[in-house]
Design a protein around this ligand. Structure first.
Ligand code: CDV
Length: 321
């Protein structure tokens, strides 16, 4: 990693979760989260990243009606009575956190959501997942379902960046990490740290993808995105075998250099920490990724004008052979 003369240190923890089974109660899950929050605080972290949909099993793998899903897996408020012990511990310890959960709004809308909580346990931000993977129909021949498109609406809050604990923090969720637009939208708002949770099944139900590629793609998108956007990344898995359905681990903290500075070793509850140097991101932003100096948005207008790939544009005369 390049040397920087100044150092603005921040104690970051990523709390990976092992499986949450169908039979596990919210209370038991929250107890695990509180234990990891305490461990993170003991290791001088002031912010903890928890996974996507951290409070329940990864329920989009099961075919059921929306009403059944709401009844069993969605939260009507955050915090609520089940999750309050986590907020109480955060206030007691002075540790902020990111937590993913299934959100049911007062109007009955459903989102795959994460909240940003400050050191006084106040919810200071909310992000709703934009890039929903999977399908909305029943696939009886698949080994399991991936029904995010049935159970959730596309997030409607954009990709905001919040200033909390004196740093600029952005959030995304799981599949969002595979899309360059996610990161650039936040790095253009001077995000210094971007945090995310994920549930990544080890098997691809759409085609016979070699299993090792799941972890490989997870690594390359985090490492490339950290570097290209000059941000720190904290990524927390829910992983291992949930009632026989395996998901990858490899929770990690990645530096703006693209290097992995901490990585979970197993597939169970595990806290990883790093004292991250926020000035390292500033160094990259002053030089190779000085956006103001080097970007040319007029040359890449298509990125916001087109959704799917279409015909090549008419060639400018000078570009013709
Ligand atoms: N929960 C997810 O968003 N999972 C996706 C899988 C389906 C590819 C992911 O990007 O990890």
């Amino acid at each position: 990693m390049p040397h920087t003369s100044r150092a603005r240190k921040f104690g970051l923890a990523v709390a990976q979760m092992g499986p949450v089974h169908l039979a596990d109660s919210r209370q038991a899950v929250v107890k695990r989260l509180v234990e990891m929050l305490r461990e993170a605080a003991a290791r001088q972290a002031t912010f903890v990243v928890f996974p996507e949909l951290a409070l329940t099993t990864f329920f989009p793998r099961y075919w059921m009606t929306e009403e059944e899903a709401v009844e069993r897996y969605f939260e009507r408020a955050m915090p609520n009575a089940d999750v309050q012990p986590l907020f109480d511990a955060a206030r007691e310890l002075g540790v902020g956190f990111y937590l993913g959960y299934a959100e049911l709004t007062a109007e009955g809308r459903r989102f795959n959501t994460a909240v940003l909580v400050d050191r006084s346990a106040k919810v200071v931000g909310k992000y709703r997942k934009v890039h929903l993977p999977g399908h909305d129909d029943h696939k009886p021949d698949a080994p399991f379902q991936h029904l995010e498109k049935k159970f959730f609406e596309v997030g409607n809050l954009g990709f905001p960046v919040w200033n909390t604990q004196d740093i600029n923090v952005g959030m995304c969720i799981c599949n969002d990490r595979r899309w360059p637009e996610t990161w650039r939208a936040m790095s253009l708002q001077s995000a210094e740290l971007i945090v995310l949770g994920y549930n990544t099944p080890s098997w691809n139900i759409h085609w016979t993808e070699p299993v090792h590629l799941r972890t490989f793609h997870h690594e390359i998108v985090l490492q490339a995105s950290a570097y290209q956007n000059a941000v720190w990344i904290g990524a927390a898995a829910k992983c291992g075998s949930e009632d026989g359905f395996h998901m990858i681990g490899s929770s990690m903290i990645v530096a703006p250099s693209g290097e992995i500075v901490a990585r979970a070793s197993g597939e169970d509850d595990e806290v990883i920490t790093a004292q991250i140097d926020l000035d390292l991101g500033a160094t990259f932003r002053q030089h190779v990724f000085n956006f103001a100096k080097h970007r040319s948005p007029e040359q890449y207008r298509l990125i916001v004008e087109r959704t799917g790939a279409g015909e090549p544009l008419p060639l400018p005369p000078e570009a013709r052979g």
